[in-house]
Ligand binder design. Sequence first.
Ligand code: CA
Length: 231
Amino acid sequence: MKPTVMIVEDEEALSTLLQYNLDKEGYKVVTAADGEEAALLIREVTPDLVLLDWMLPGLSGIELCRRLRGRTETRNLPIIMITARGEEADRIRGLDTGADDYVTKPFSMTELLARIRAVMRRIRPALTEDLVTFGDIVIDRAAHRVRRGDREVHLGPTEYRLLDHLIQHPGRVFSREQLLDAVWGSDVYVEARTVDVHVGRLRKALNEKDERDPIRTVRSAGYSLDEQFRN
Ligand code: CA
């Protein structure tokens, strides 16, 4: 499962260079040339990390970053800001933008890739590991098994993919359409209601007796994994 990185950069040459290197590194890459385009695309493709240039035409990188932090669905989306050298870099560090990390132009590709890996590891260990733990739930990706506490949880392939997807983005709210795209694939026609059916099955398999439900239904928005469950 390839993590998706979105590049938001108006300098075409830099965007192309980043795209080339991230692609080579095994990431799925999506690009946007301005803030407005990025804001729209983020709703569609739900990237795992955003590389965000600070100086963009129209909606600035900093404004976009604030907007993303203000929305439930993107509050935890990892963001690395790209800034120019000098004053701008100092200024951005002094601002509370909500970005997870910053890189200053010109930067080396090796450094950037290391920062990306570090942010991903810190924020979403679930993307990079075989054994993923969330509260008392453990997914063993190598063995394709799920446990809760001491017992094995038997899941169908769809419920497994659903849980694996949610566990990669704790706290993030996914609409039914986004879950359909991520779990069933965008070229398959399935009704949005089908998602409810499979979430229901997943809940039934995961939760026995008085066990807490890790899945949160967000009215008129969709589903997410309850971050408080982790504790
Ligand atoms: Ca720029």
